[in-house]
Design a protein around this ligand. Structure first.
Ligand code: AVI
Length: 321
């Protein structure tokens, strides 16, 4: 990122922190800010936790069913992914496609470091051209759609249940926006974590080793580092709650005492009551029928679904209608 872009990002962070911590009622911080370099490394560690089966389930489905997934799609096919991840999961799909000839893969991510890691991970697979796009998802997708040649179909990958981190209405708005960039017969492979017993979910988001707690608390540490805040991290505790009605885990940071915090670069001083929380992330869970209904509302036909038997998680292939 250049100096001007860095300044813009820092001021967007300051504005969002100010808005979220001064809003009446529930204080909030947008979950997107959990993922700085340290937060992203902590998230990678979360994916290895025995209690957090989501990422392994996603990967297992792709590894076991990549052939069946790509069989459903027309050729020639260009692949793009919203969020490049580590490239670890995507390789199964790309390898299956590459058996039929050369493939172009466009990972889209705002992080240049993530794109570089993904390129490295996929470098050894022959006949795959990796073209990273350092852009927000929808801008990158519009560019991929514009770059593809006539007659080439497009497969969009949106894996890992990242859709679950959107509010439900915003998720559907986002899926409709994806559809607007696509042509009929293009595909969207959507990963969604499924509803499961609350105790299993709570263990996944409040692991005994404290990795998820560190991931959550790092957001306050990031405010201290980047905005000059003086959060005392030991006076906040990680909390994961399951809301059965909304089918979502909510991550909060609970203030252990009445305390005041100042954040100079956001121009605020905030008071927290004992027990008051900052809501930092929502992780929505889905039911299979609900995913099909969502496809229809967003302009897609639900073509096929694969579910992991060990950790309820679904990979759904939607075709643009
Ligand atoms: C990135 N996302 C799909 C994760 C999830 O499970 O919703 C983020 C996460 N937050 C805490 N643990 C994992």
């Amino acid at each position: 990122m250049g100096a001007a872009a860095l300044d813009r990002a820092a001021s967007a962070f300051a504005l969002d922190v100010r808005a979220g911590l001064t809003r009446p009622g529930q204080k909030e911080l947008p979950s997107v800010y959990l993922y700085d370099a340290l937060g992203s490394a902590l998230f990678e560690a979360i994916t290895l936790l025995p209690e957090y089966g989501l990422t392994r389930a996603d990967e297992r489905i792709l590894r076991s069913h990549a052939g069946a997934i790509v069989e459903q799609l027309p050729v020639p096919l260009v692949v793009t992914e919203l969020g490049s991840g580590s490239g670890r999961k995507t390789r199964w799909i790309l390898e299956a496609l590459a058996r039929g000839g050369p493939v172009t893969y466009y990972p889209i991510d705002i992080s240049a470091a993530a794109l570089a890691r993904c390129k490295l991970e996929l470098a050894e697979i022959g006949s795959i051209g990796v073209v990273g796009l350092e852009q927000p998802y929808l801008e990158g997708l519009a560019e991929v759609a514009a770059r593809r040649s006539a007659g080439e179909a497009l497969l969009v990958l949106f894996l890992g249940s990242t859709i679950g981190n959107f509010e439900r209405a915003a998720a559907e708005e986002f899926l409709r926006a994806i559809r607007r960039s696509l042509c009929p017969v293009d595909g969207l492979l959507l990963g969604t974590d499924l509803v499961k017993p609350p105790a299993r979910l709570i263990a996944a988001y409040d692991d005994p080793t404290g990795v998820t707690a560190a991931f959550n608390l790092n957001l306050l540490a990031r405010i201290n580092r980047e905005l000059g805040g003086n959060f005392a991290l030991r006076h906040f505790a990680h909390q994961a709650r399951y809301d059965e009605t909304r089918q979502r885990i909510e991550m909060h940071l609970v203030s252990a005492r009445r305390q005041a915090v100042s954040i100079p670069a956001a121009g605020i001083a905030v008071t927290f009551e004992k027990g008051e929380t900052i809501w930092t992330e929502a992780c929505h869970k889905f039911r299979l029928g609900e995913i099909e209904a969502m496809a229809a509302r967003c302009g897609f036909r639900s073509q096929a679904q694969w579910v992991d038997p060990q950790w309820p998680f679904a990979e759904s292939l939607w075709i643009a209608g």
